[in-house]
Design a protein around this ligand. Structure first.
Ligand code: CA2
Length: 152
């Protein structure tokens, strides 16, 4: 039987604080809750996940580079780096893996500075505004995308 494709589920700065503050924007689930739900969803979809979070841009860039050899795709919530990081965009473009961008909140309903995403230029698609469910939808989309690519 073929090995289950691995998906890197990457969360950026401050997402380790989920469930402790601003529940009206980001919900009540903790990062550990989200990662457990992702593991469950991945299993149901025939995937495995490697879940990581960092508050530093360089560490995120390093993990994205490493994913070239270890992952079939990336589900990424870059946090505030979404709106600032050319370094993360360049790393994603350099490795050429399929990327799905996720945001818990609907960034389009929020401040002007959240309207631009550098990361979206490297993403197959973007899911925002569905809270935790967004990660599960992203994994479903990734499974379909990878199956489609394998069939070609
Ligand atoms: O909606 C999202 O998922 C965001 O990526 C979250 C980022 C924000 O900068 C983006 O514009 C949209 C912020 C994550 C901060 O997370 C916190 C969680 C709990 C308490 C405080 C911050």
């Amino acid at each position: 039987m073929a090995k289950a494709p691995s998906v890197l589920v990457l969360n950026g700065p401050n997402l380790n604080l989920l469930g402790t503050r601003e529940p009206e924007i980001y919900g009540t689930a903790t990062l550990a809750d989200i990662e457990a739900l992702c593991r469950k969803q991945a299993k149901a979809l025939g995937l495995t996940v490697d879940c990581r979070q960092s508050n530093t841009e360089g560490e995120l860039v390093g993990w994205i580079q490493e994913a070239r050899d270890s992952a079939a795709g990336i589900v990424l919530n870059p946090g505030a780096y979404t709106h600032t990081s050319v370094a993360i965009l360049d790393a994603l473009l350099a490795i050429g893996l399929p990327v799905i961008e996720v945001h818990l909140s609907n960034t389009h309903k929020r401040e002007d500075f959240r309207q631009q995403s550098y990361v979206s230029r490297a993403a197959e698609g973007v899911i925002c505004g569905f809270g935790v469910q967004g990660y599960l939808l992203a994994l479903e989309a990734m499974a379909a995308l990878l199956a489609d690519r394998r069939g070609k």
